[in-house]
Design a protein around this ligand. Structure first.
Ligand code: IPM
Ligand code: MN
Length: 372
């Protein structure tokens, strides 16, 4: 298969983790006889610095003419600490999501057996957790009308949803549940918000066409608590934009590090793949950023094109790296100096030699002999 992939590394640690995902995709292309072509473009703070625009027209055009987008991260403290800034890096990502019509953001959350004691939560609580969060991505408070009064003392953000916006992601969530544990939990605030009541009504209606799927409802405040009390009760979580943003960061604690969580953002025509973590500017250039979320996002990209064997090869390699503790410091590494690129090298190596039981993977990491 030939794929044109637009690469938008963005800010902070975005470029370094994205580079590892590309390394891994190149290994997949070589081993499975595919052709992946990578074309780079700017987005976020770096695009503001260079072109005074967080999403330059050329970047958007590239994304629209590619099969998929691989996204790094955006954000820079110089904007975070300045609420008056009119141009912000985040606008680049939000505009991109809107322009590409990426209405469904899928965020898998899993407790890896080998990482059970890396989470601050108790093992017996998180063991076996496997959740797929379906976060609506182009509506709600993020995109509703915003106002700021002339005197600067009153502000508002409107949360709007239409039946159509709810239906299309609900169908995806129910279909996903059918291939999993047949359960959808709608997370909302229907006891207070009119928009949430519309979500409940529409999702209940959509659910009628999926008789084999159980539909449950949870208010978001309770869901936030349940997520860390008993995450095993969840299969597919369906929710609106802001609740999904918050719940998914919370859920990352289950896996032991936000540096592990990948995502796919899907629309009718386009698809974008990005880690859920931010630009982590303090870590930029230090080689300590965990590339696994970006690498697993690349696996989701392959899934999207039905390259399941290839995607699974990446996941196997990631599992192996976690099992052998070839990890960056966010996961309390066993070895010193396992940098971002060393993790990528290991995963690349495993993809090239998955069957070779003679390989001593710890030695590969140490750069010592590979064959015993
Ligand atoms: C995410 C991020 C973004 C969001 C920011 C960077 C705008 O936190 O993808 O979760 O809030 O959607
Ligand atoms: Mn977020």
């Amino acid at each position: 298969m030939t794929l044109e992939i637009a690469v938008l590394p963005g800010d902070g640690i975005g470029p370094e983790v994205t580079e590892e995902a590309i390394k891994v995709l190149k290994a997949i292309a070589m081993n499975f006889d595919h052709k992946f072509r990578f074309t780079y473009a700017d987005v976020g703070a770096i695009a503001i610095d260079k072109q005074n625009n967080p999403l330059p027209e050329k970047t958007l055009e590239l994304c629209k003419s590619s099969h998929a987008v691989l996204f790094g991260a955006i954000g820079d403290p110089k904007y975070d600490n300045d609420p008056t800034a009119k141009i912000r890096p985040e606008q680049g990502l939000l505009k991109l999501r809107k322009e590409l019509g990426l209405f469904a953001n899928i965020r898998p959350v899993k407790a890896y057996k080998t990482l059970l004691d890396k989470s601050p939560l108790r093992k017996k609580i998180i063991k076996g957790t496997d959740i797929s969060i379906y976060r609506e991505l182009t509506g709600g408070l993020y995109f509703g009308k915003k106002t700021l009064s002339d005197d600067g003392n009153t502000a508002s953000d409107l949360c709007t949803y239409s039946r159509h916006e709810i239906e299309r992601i609900a169908h995806l969530a129910f279909k996903a549940a059918q291939a999993r544990q047949n359960k959808v939990t709608l997370v909302d605030k229907a006891n207070v918000l009119e928009s949430s009541r519309l979500w409940r009504k529409v999702v209940t209606e959509v659910g009628k066409s999926y008789e084999d799927v159980t539909l449950e409802f949870l208010f978001v405040d309770n869901a936030a608590m349940q997520m860390i009390l008993n995450p095993n009760q969840f299969d597919v979580i369906l929710t609106e934009n802001l609740f999904g943003d918050i719940i998914s960061d919370e859920a990352s604690v289950i896996g032991g590090s936000i540096g592990l969580l990948a995502s796919a953002s899907i629309g009718e025509k386009y698809a974008l793949f990005e880690p859920i973590h931010g630009s982590y500017p303090q870590a930029k250039g230090q080689g300590i950023a965990n590339p696994v979320a970006s690498i697993l996002s690349a696996a989701m990209l392959l899934d999207h094109f039905e390259l399941f064997e290839e995607a699974n090869r990446i996941r196997q390699a990631v599992d192996k790296s976690l099992e052998l503790q070839i990890t960056t410091p966010d996961l309390n590494q066993k070895y010193d100096n396992v940098t971002t690129s060393k993790v990528g090298d290991f995963i690349e190596d495993f993809i090239n030699n998955p069957e070779d039981s003679n390989l001593n993977f710890s030695n590969i990491y140490l750069g010592q002999s590979t064959i015993i």
